[in-house]
Every structure is written in structure tokens, then in C-alpha cells.
Design a protein around this ligand. Structure first.
Ligand SMILES: *Cc1c(COP(=O)(O)O)cnc(C)c1O
Length: 362
């Protein structure tokens, strides 16, 4: 246990309920921010200190801060949900805390105590409770992150870090939450390499994925499917979501975790829920050639992406330099729909669950 305590310095002038209502009417994703944020500081001599909940504001940063030069940055993403009784709940925040520590270790950053991470999420949700949408697709998206803010241009792990969590009222990630997405097969750009940082949730992985994302957008696709960097054959994941395939016998397959695939908490939850529902889930390598052939032969009935932001989003069409194939009728399939409701019912507390994933905030 750490003994980091968060001092609360409430915002002196929160937005009014009318201002909030106007902002939350059509929040989109990641642009409507709450009144507060969590901040904590680390220095090599003192460890983590000066933890507080305070007014959300700009952060002063020395132009020599290490993050601006060598990209020591990690982040997380989790949601708080409005429950039927007017309360709020988090979904598996301890799993995010653990992954945040593992990401920090990979990036040679100071690990943030896991219990303090979970406590910080609870405190931010509690103080900004009025910003949690009560719509079916709405939630409060929490974005914890850490940056190296030591002012030093030498190349080494920094000795000072800043932990911050901001929160954003969000609707659904994709424009049409009941529809499917079209994905672009990236045959030139890769996202992560063996021995690299693909399994860490760091901003650098996203920077590396954006040229492929821009290519996808030019091709009329919403997301990118990345192949493995060594052979360009095995499907790894989407830019920010893991991927599942469903076969005609009802079984599921997802690529096995490696140091180039982000270990999604949604991925892990889907595997558990599918197995509990009696479905077979394989964690096995799957090639683009197999995907193409299985769709053509009618053996593959569904494919879907999953992650905290997108929940479970079916893949309708796959495009590539030489590909353009559609899965089923490009509509949400029964397996994706069933797993989505099993997951969402736990997240929103409308069903009992025995995993300890559902954590009431108030
Ligand atoms: C965050 C993320 C995911 C999904 O992880 P969840 O814990 O399910 O939200 C998948 N892939 C990448 C690259 C990610 O950054």
C-alpha cells in the first residue's frame, strides 16, 4: 500500500448546470472536459508526492522537458458509467492500474502505485459526478497519463514525472454505434515490432500509427488493421482496438498476446464472457490469407474490434491494396451483439457478476 493522499482543492467556479447541459447534449468523443483533474508529482529523491484533485487547467512545461524530446509518455483509458440508481461505477480500474505500471516499467518511468491509481479514479468521478452522461451510449471517459517533465536534454530515463488524470463526457466512439466499420489493411506501415513498445500503452505507438490511419481515411476506411512487422502476414490488432474473428461453428479466435499487441482489458473480458457462455475461444495466430480465404469460403461469419472506447464494434468491410471483401452482410452479427450486451450489462450494473469487475463509486 502506498500512503499517497489526494488533497482536494475544488474548482472555485465550476460551470453551471445550464452550461454543462449544453456541452453534454451532443458530446462526441474526447472534446467535452470536466471541471477537475488529478495531479501528482514524482522526483527521484522524494518519490510520489503533492497529489491533489484540482481545477482543470493548462500545465506549465519547461521547453526542455524530456517528454517533448524523447517521448517518455504513457496513458490509460477507462470509463465511469451511470447506474440505474443514479450512482456511478467503474469497470476493472485495478486492471488499468496494473497495465499502467507495466507500461511505466517498459518506458523506464517511475511506476505509479496501483492503489493510488484506483483511488484517484474514484475521487475524480465523485467530484465530477454531474458530468457523467445518463444516455445509453454515454459515459465519463477517464484519461490518466504520465509524462517525463525533467528539464534535461541528456538521453536517459528522467528523474521527474507528472501524473495527471483528466475526464471527458463522451457519447459513442463511432458515428453509428449500431453499424459496422470499414477497415484498411496496412501492408506497408507496421505499428509495433518484436522487442518494441507495442504492448505498452504509450503515445509513441499512436504517433507511429497515424500515417497508416491517414492512409485509411484517404481510402474511405475508419480504422487500420496492422499486420506483424516481421512477416507482414499475421493479423495483430487495430490502431487502438483488439480484434476477434467468429467462425461458422460459433467459435472465436483472437491473436495471442505478444510484445507487439496491446493487452486489452476488453479483449480479456470478452474471452472470459464468451467462454462462460459456452463458446470456444482460441488465442492463435491468424493470417490475412486465412482471413480472405475463410470469408470467401463462408467459414468466417463475423469479425469485430473491441476496446474501452469502441466497446464491441463489428467489422463490415476490409479493404487493402488488392482487397475489398465484405463479412456477412456487413451488419452486426449475433455473436458480437450478444457479447456486447453481456459486457455492457456488467459495466452498467444491470446484471449481477461474480468477477469483481463492477466497482461502485457512489
Ligand atoms: C487501449 C488499447 C486497446 C484496447 O484496450 P482496452 O483495455 O480494451 O481499452 C487495444 N489496442 C491498443 C493499441 C490500445 O492502445
Amino acid at each position: 500500500m502506498s500512503d499517497l493522499t489526494f488533497e482536494t482543492h475544488a474548482h472555485p467556479a465550476r460551470r453551471t448546470s445550464a452550461e454543462r447541459a449544453a456541452l453534454m447534449e451532443n458530446p462526441g468523443f474526447g472534446k467535452v472536459f470536466t471541471d477537475h483533474m488529478v495531479v501528482a508529482r514524482y522526483s527521484a529523491g522524494r518519490g510520489w508526492h503533492d497529489a491533489r484533485i484540482q481545477a482543470r487547467e493548462a500545465i506549465p512545461l519547461d521547453p526542455a522537458a524530456a517528454v517533448l524530446h524523447y517521448a517518455q509518455e504513457i496513458f490509460e483509458g477507462l470509463k465511469a458509467y451511470r447506474t440505474a440508481d443514479g450512482g456511478a461505477a467503474l469497470f476493472r480500474p485495478d486492471a488499468n492500474a496494473r497495465r499502467f505500471r507495466l507500461s511505466a516499467e517498459r518506458m523506464a518511468m517511475a511506476p505509479f502505485p496501483e492503489d493510488s491509481f484506483v483511488a484517484a479514479m474514484h475521487k475524480l468521478v465523485a467530484i465530477d459526478r454531474d458530468w457523467i452522461p445518463d444516455t445509453a451510449d454515454g459515459s465519463l471517459y477517464l484519461r490518466p497519463f504520465m509524462i517525463a517533465n525533467e528539464a534535461f536534454l541528456g538521453v536517459k530515463p528522467a528523474s521527474e514525472y507528472l501524473f495527471i488524470t483528466i475526464a471527458s463526457a463522451v457519447g459513442s466512439y463511432f458515428k453509428d454505434p449500431t453499424g459496422t466499420v470499414t477497415v484498411w489493411l496496412s501492408e506497408h506501415f507496421t505499428r509495433a515490432a518484436p522487442g518494441g513498445t507495442g504492448a505498452a500503452k504509450c503515445g509513441g505507438n499512436y504517433a507511429a500509427s497515424l500515417a497508416a490511419q491517414a492512409e485509411a481515411t484517404r481510402q474511405g476506411c475508419e480504422q487500420v488493421v496492422f499486420l506483424d512487422a516481421a512477416e507482414r502476414r499475421y493479423i495483430e490488432e487495430l490502431g487502438g482496438m483488439n480484434v476477434f474473428f467468429v467462425f461458422e461453428d460459433g467459435s472465436l479466435l483472437t491473436p495471442p498476446l505478444s510484445d507487439s499487441i496491446l493487452p486489452g482489458i476488453t479483449r480479456d473480458s470478452v474471452i472470459t464472457l464468451a467462454r462462460e457462455a459456452g463458446l470456444t475461444v482460441k488465442e492463435e495466430p491468424y493470417t490475412i490469407d486465412a482471413w480472405r480465404a475463410d470469408v470467401r469460403a463462408g467459414r468466417l461469419t463475423e469479425a469485430f474490434a473491441c476496446g474501452t472506447a469502441a466497446v464491441i464494434t463489428p467489422i463490415g468491410t476490409v479493404k487493402g491494396r488488392e482487397d475489398n471483401f465484405t463479412i456477412g452482410d456487413a451488419v452486426a452479427g449475433p455473436v458480437a451483439r450478444r457479447l456486447r450486451s453481456l459486457l455492457v450489462d456488467i459495466q452498467r450494473g444491470t446484471t449481477q457478476e461474480s468477477h469483481g469487475w463492477f466497482q461502485k463509486v457512489f
